[in-house]
Design a protein around this ligand. Sequence first.
Ligand SMILES: [Zn+2]
Ligand SMILES: [Zn+2]
Length: 300
Amino acid sequence: MLWAHARLRHARNVETQSRVAEVRRARPEAEAWLGLLEAALGESEDGARWEAAVPKPAADRPVKAPLLSRAEITVDGRAARGWVRRLLRRTVPVRTQRIDALALLEAAVCQDDERVDALARTAGAEPQPVRVAGQMAALPLLQTCGRRLAPELPAAWWEGYCPLCGAWPVLAEYTGLERKRQLRCGRCGTGWAVPALRCVFCAETDHENLGYLAPEEDEQMRRVEVCQTCKGYLKGLTTVRPLAPWAILLDDLMTVPLDVAALERGYHRPERPGYVLEARIAERRRRLLGFAFGARKGGT
Ligand SMILES: [Zn+2]
Ligand SMILES: [Zn+2]
């Protein structure tokens, strides 16, 4: 696999481009973050680069474990390192070679912030930008897994975390005339249906403890679901059709005022991931010698 361009590519999909431009105008303060997301969306469009890395779900994964739990993910080492380093170079003012790129990718896929912070410290970098670079670096792989492994998702999934990658949902979507509640993962794009009156984070079902906050002008479209029991919150959106996987994190950025409103009222998002994946990233060995030998035999 050859990566001809050292610079970051941007999303080519016209719909993605125009949505990114819209978010850029509305949230100029988030430019650094948006630039990385745009690069990750561009990389995700080129799914072929990551297709070969999509793992078979582990047979020994526990009940209630997401599909990527204990998965062995084999990537093209040189290509994956190049991709992670290009993001790091934009974010971290240290020599990015000091950060083990594949270890960062693995820690980010597993949402293991402590490990990401340790990798940053070893390189003398601030943890927060390395966390962001790691999250964005994992997106193309996770979005490709989301597309390819969708047929293997369980027919019913009652947990609050993503059945594919273990993250908490970014959004609850209410789609169509039935307003069926569908949770959406911002990492792999997976959607899964759960009953409306149930807290995603602590499974509270007593309606006395579940409520919502809504901006006055936009109550029909947007709201924040809150739980008094665990103080968790989740943004909700009424849509005609489900958001495309790439659009979820852009929507998340556009609705930051809802996060601010929830945080000001004492609600929060859990710090820990919904499920600890324990996935592994390994490097695929290239068979360069085999190719060279074959060429000679062909008489060239
Ligand atoms: Zn997911
Ligand atoms: Zn709760």
